[in-house]
Write a protein that binds this ligand. Structure first.
Ligand code: EPU
Length: 419
């Protein structure tokens, strides 16, 4: 298991190119199962999670090639079953459920299991697929969904914390091959869901967003192969924007999906960070003093839960009291105890982090617990005095393409120590 050693305190300067989106790529890869024809995807980031998804597609019978950011998938024949050993590695593998059900009439997918960011049920996915006429059974850790022909339906995907991203994806993919029209109220409206819808439309599906959170899907008999370029990763871009802020530096982000980053950028601006967007490039510059933050996560276009940990790290370096609340994943605060090991003054009150910033964090050995928590520790390490070593960085490799190399190229002192 690799570690990172970060000697903090360097100012960053230069340009970072943003990669394709992880959370777009994963469901779009799953959607290639909906056709026997060849699909070609570009700007797919080389991440562990992407490689897991490619393994799942291969297991299911697809021919898969991945080279220089492009994936070619041809799923002439597929089997409808994914075993626990593959699914347990990544929760997002649950998004093969909808495509397999639509293509094979039966899907047996291992339940994704526990997750360090909290309880992550899939009841809304199952409710949506049942509404389309499938029978669902849970047996020995597997979801078994069967349908002798899916039928369009009207449904709501409203859950206790808003809609569901992958649940919307699953229902949308299944509904593309259902008979008749499906109307999904309270569908997730994250840019990654819209990217999947665009890919499905290029395969011949009829998906349209009718007003804010309503999706209308008119079923078709079959889908054909298609070529698609994945959108840029708004969370990776946001993480690098925070890297500029936390080191009080200036970075330019190329291919940043500025339109999708409004809430992240306005949180930075509220803190006093200078943000300028022009021609797909984002310039982020921070100098002291910055102002404490008051943030609350929400579904898109609200402030993303996937940026919460990184902003906790930033808040830990801004004198004054910040308050950061996560309403989407109330237990997603594993980074707080690690940030405290680095000298942060922070307390957790239920799903609210109350953080009293200090001038300088101090380097310490810390442990990555999940993807975004690890990103927060990297950011904290960039600002801290002395050396921070982060173990279990495989978590960060799941969702950030060569983060160490990208940061090193703009002046960070970060080294990967293989173990
Ligand atoms: N929920 C339910 N029932 C369900 C599904 C979800 O109650 O059937 C609840 C969840 O417990 C949570 C809320 O609804 O409180 C939102 O969860 P959602 O289903 O939207 O999350 P997801 O689709 O499993 C995706 C991203 C996550 C991101 C969330 C929220 C992918 C592969 N994953 O997960 O990304 O945090 O949406 O935006 O797209 C990450 O990239 O680090 C990551 C965790």
């Amino acid at each position: 298991m690799d570690k990172f050693a970060i000697r903090g305190g360097n100012r960053l300067h230069g340009t970072i190119s943003v990669s394709g989106s992880k959370n777009s790529s994963l469901p779009i890869l799953a959607a290639t199962l909906l056709t026997r024809e060849r699909c070609v995807l570009h700007r797919v980031p080389d991440l562990t999670d992407v490689r897991y998804m490619l393994d799942i597609l291969r297991y299911l019978g697809a021919d898969v090639e991945f080279s220089q950011g492009s994936v070619v998938v041809e799923a002439r024949k597929v089997v409808g079953e994914t075993p626990y050993d593959l699914v347990r590695r990544m929760r997002a593998s649950v998004c093969v459920l909808g495509p397999l059900l639509a293509r094979c009439g039966r899907a047996k997918v291992s339940l994704p299991g526990g997750c360090v960011i909290g309880d992550r049920p899939i009841d809304l996915h199952l409710r949506g697929l049942e509404a389309l006429g499938s029978r669902i059974a849970l047996s020995k850790g597997y979801v078994i969904a069967e349908a002798s022909g899916l039928v369009g339906a009207r449904m709501s995907l409203q859950g206790p914390h808003g809609s569901t991203v992958l649940g919307t994806d699953n229902v949308m993919m299944a509904a593309c091959l259902a008979r008749g029209t499906t109307i999904v109220e309270n569908a997730a409206s994250e840019p990654e869901v819209a990217d999947l819808a665009r890919f499905l439309c290029s395969m011949g599906a009829k998906v349209r967003r009718a007003g804010g959170s309503r999706l209308e899907i008119e079923g078709v008999d079959e889908l054909h192969g298609a070529e698609h370029t994945v959108i840029s990763d708004r969370i990776e871009a946001g993480t690098f924007a925070v890297a500029a802020a936390i080191t009080r530096s200036e970075l330019v982000l190329e291919e940043a999906p500025i339109e999708h980053m409004r809430s992240t950028l306005s949180a930075l601006q509220d803190a006093g960070v200078f943000v300028e967007a022009a021609e797909g490039r984002l310039r982020v510059r921070a100098t002291d003093p910055l102002h404490p933050l008051q943030l609350r996560t929400g579904t898109y276009p609200g402030f993303p839960t996937d940026m919460q940990a990184q902003f906790c790290a930033l808040a830990a370096t801004i004198p004054g009291r910040s308050r950061i609340e996560d309403d989407i994943f109330p237990n997603r605060f594993m980074h707080i105890s690690e940030l405290k090991r680095m000298g942060a003054h922070a307390d957790l009150l239920a799903n609210v982090a109350v953080i009293d910033g200090v001038d300088r964090l101090s380097g310490a050995p810390v442990m990555a617990s999940d993807l975004r928590a690890s990103a927060a520790l990297v950011l904290a390490g960039l600002q801290a005095e002395n050396t921070t070593t982060i173990s279990r960085v495989y978590h960060i490799d799941r969702g950030y393409e060569r983060i160490d190399a990208k940061l090193r190229a703009v002046g960070a002192d970060i080294e990967r120590l293989p173990k």
